[in-house]
Design a protein around this ligand. Structure first.
Ligand code: NAD
Ligand code: UGA
Length: 431
C-alpha cells in the first residue's frame, strides 16, 4: 500500500516507520524545516528506543521517505494519516487548527480516491469537520473517505506498542475505508475494533481519561496512606490483584504529565460540557493531579524548613522515563516553584536535557547523576528512569550536605534507604 503520513512527530514518525516496516511505501511529511533537515540527514529528532535503527533500515530499503509536501505524498496514496499536533487552547478545548490546515491542503491537492485517516487525538465529531472541510474546498471532486484510527502508543515503548498493539480501533463510514485499514494492519495480526467514526474518537479520549483517573485515584489514596502511616505499594498490590481493577497505572508519584493525559482530559471535559454534559469527575482528576505536586513540595518545605539559599539536586526532568519529552512534565512546575522560593537547582536527565534547557532556565545541568548531589542540601527524584535504579549510594551520601532524598517516583525500598543512612521520603510509604 502507498501511505502518506502528515506530521513527523512522536506519533507520525513512529506510525510512518512502522507502516514501512510492515511492507508499505511511506512518505512522512512535516512542515518544520529543521525537523525535516534532521530526518533527511538520516538522524532522528526524538529519543525513542528502537526507532533509529528502524528508520535507517526502511530508508535504505526505499520504503520510507521524508518530504515537506502534502501534494507529493498524496500522489497515488491509498491512505493518508493525519498525525499533527492538537495542543490545548486556553479554555481547555483542543486547538484543531493544525488538523484543519492539513484538511485544506488535502482538498487542494486530492486528485484520486484516498482514505483520509485521523490519527491525531481529536474530540468527537472532528471527523465530520474534516470531511466537510475537504468536501467544501475540494477542487477535482473525486471520491474520498474519512476514518478515525486513534493511536494508543506510549512514548518510550512506542515502536513495540505500535507493532504489538492490544487492539486497533478503526472508526469508519464505508466498507471501502474498512477494507483499506484492515489491509494496512493485517500484518500485525491484532484484535480489530471496528466502530462508527464518533465512537472511535470517543474511545481515545475515554481511554486516556480513564487511565489518568486511575493515577489520580491512587495518588489520592497515597496521601491518605501518608497521613495514617500505611503503605501505598501494598494497597495498590492488594487492589490490583482483582482482575476487575488490574495492577497497571496504580503507581503513585508526583502526578501524570506529558503531551497526552493533561491536554486530553481537558479537551474531553471541554467537549462534554459543550454538549451540556457535566463531567466533574474529570475536573477532580485534573485537580488531584495539580495538587499532587503541592503535596510533594510541602514535604520538602516541611523537612528542609527554609528554602531560600538552599541547593537541591534533581534526577530526572522528562515527564516519564525512556523519553526526552518535556511537554507538561511535572518537573517543570516543581522546579519553577522551588526557584521562585530561592532554591538553586542542579539537574540531570539521561535524555531530556536539550529540551529541558528550552523551558527551564537558571539551572546547572550536569553530565552525570552524581554531580547534581555535589554540595546539595537534598536530592529529588522526578522521573522514573531505569538508569536511576542502581546508583552508588555511598558516593551520593558523601556528596550531599545532608543525606536527604525526596523520591517523587517511589523508585527505592524505604527500608534499604534507611539502612544506607538516608532520610528517605517517598509518596505514600512509611519511611
Ligand atoms: P508532535 O508535536 O511531536 O508532532 C506533530 C508534528 O506535526 C510536528 O512535527 C509538526 O511540525 C507537524 N505538523 C503540524 N502541522 C503540520 C502541517 N500542516 N503539515 C505537516 N506537518 C505538520 O506531536 P505528537 O506527540 O506526535 O502528537 C500528535 C498527535 O497524536 C496529537 O494529537 C497527540 O495527542 C496524539 N498522540 C500522541 C501520542 C504520544 O505519545 N505523543 C500518543 C497517541 C496519540
Ligand atoms: C499515554 C497512554 O498510556 C497511551 O496509551 C496514549 O497513546 C498516550 O498517552 C497518548 O494518547 O498520547 P504516555 O503519555 O506516553 O502514554 O505515557 P504513560 O506511560 O501513559 O504515562 C503518562 C504519565 O502518567 C507519565 O507522567 C507517567 O509518569 C504517569 N504515570 C503513569 C503515573 O504517574 N503512574 C502510573 O501508574 C502510570
Amino acid at each position: 500500500m502507498k501511505i502518506a503520513v502528515i506530521g513527523a512527530g512522536y506519533v507520525g514518525l513512529v506510525t510512518g516507520t512502522c507502516f514501512a516496516e510492515i511492507g508499505n511505501d511511506v512518505i512522512c511529511v512535516d512542515n518544520d524545516p529543521k525537523k525535516l533537515a534532521v530526518l533527511k540527514k538520516g538522524e532522528v529528532p526524538i529519543y525513542e528506543p528502537g526507532l533509529d535503527e528502524l528508520i535507517k533500515k526502511n530508508v535504505r530499503a526505499k520504503r520510507l521517505q521524508f518530504s515537506s509536501s502534502i501534494k507529493t505524498a498524496l500522489k497515488g496514496a491509498d491512505a493518508l494519516f493525519i498525525c499533527v499536533n492538537t495542543p490545548p487552547k486556553k479554555d481547555g478545548g483542543a486547538d484543531l487548527s493544525y488538523v484543519e490546515n492539513v484538511a485544506q491542503e488535502i482538498a487542494e491537492n486530492l486528485s484520486d480516491y484516498c482514505l483520509i485517516v485521523e490519527k491525531s487525538t481529536v474530540p468527537v465529531q472532528t471527523g465530520e469537520r474534516v470531511y466537510d472541510t475537504i468536501k467544501k474546498n475540494h477542487k477535482k471532486g473525486c471520491p474520498f473517505d474519512v476514518a478515525s484510527n486513534p493511536e494508543f502508543l506510549r512514548e518510550g515503548s512506542a515502536v513495540q506498542d505500535f507493532l504489538k498493539p492490544d487492539r486497533i480501533v478503526i472508526g469508519v463510514s464505508s466498507a471501502r475505508a474498512e477494507k483499506i485499514l484492515r489491509k494496512i494492519y493485517a500484518p500485525l495480526k491484532a484484535k480489530m475494533v471496528v466502530t462508527d467514526i464518533k465512537s472511535a474518537e470517543l474511545i481515545k479520549h475515554a481511554s486516556n481519561s480513564f487511565l489518568a483517573t486511575k493515577i489520580s485515584f491512587i495518588n489520592n489514596v497515597a496521601r491518605v496512606c501518608d497521613a495514617v502511616g500505611a503503605d501505598i505499594e501494598q494497597v495498590a498490590k492488594g487492589m490490583g490483584l482483582d482482575p476487575r481493577i488490574g495492577p497497571s497505572f496504580l503507581s503513585a508519584g508526583i502526578g501524570f504529565g506529558g503531551f497526552c493525559f493533561p491536554k486530553d482530559l481537558a479537551a474531553f471535559l471541554h467537549m462534554a460540557n459543550s454538549v451540556g454534559q457535566d463531567f466533574s469527575l474529570l475536573q477532580s482528576v485534573l485537580d488531584i493531579n495539580d495538587t499532587q505536586k503541592d503535596f510533594y513540595l510541602q514535604r520538602i518545605e516541611k523537612v528542609l524548613w527554609n528554602l531560600r539559599g538552599k541547593t537541591l539536586g534533581v534526577l530526572g526532568l522528562a515527564f516519564k522515563g525512556n523519553t526526552d519529552d518535556m511537554r507538561f512534565a511535572p518537573s517543570i512546575e516543581i522546579i519553577k516553584h522551588l526557584q521562585k522560593e530561592g532554591v538553586k537547582i542542579q539537574a540531570y536527565d539521561p535524555a531530556a536535557m536539550v529540551r529541558a534547557k528550552e523551558v527551564l532556565k537558571g539551572i546547572t545541568y550536569t553530565t552525570n547523576p552524581y554531580d547534581v548531589c555535589k554540595k546539595a542540601d537534598a536530592l529529588l527524584i522526578l522521573t522514573d528512569w531505569d538508569d536511576f535504579k542502581d546508583l552508588n549510594w555511598e558516593k551520593i551520601k558523601k556528596l550531599l550536605i545532608q543525606p536527604i532524598i525526596f523520591d517523587g517516583r517511589n523508585l527505592y525500598d524505604p527500608k534499604k534507604m534507611k539502612k544506607l543512612g538516608f532520610d528517605y521520603y517517598s509518596i505514600g510509604r512509611a519511611t
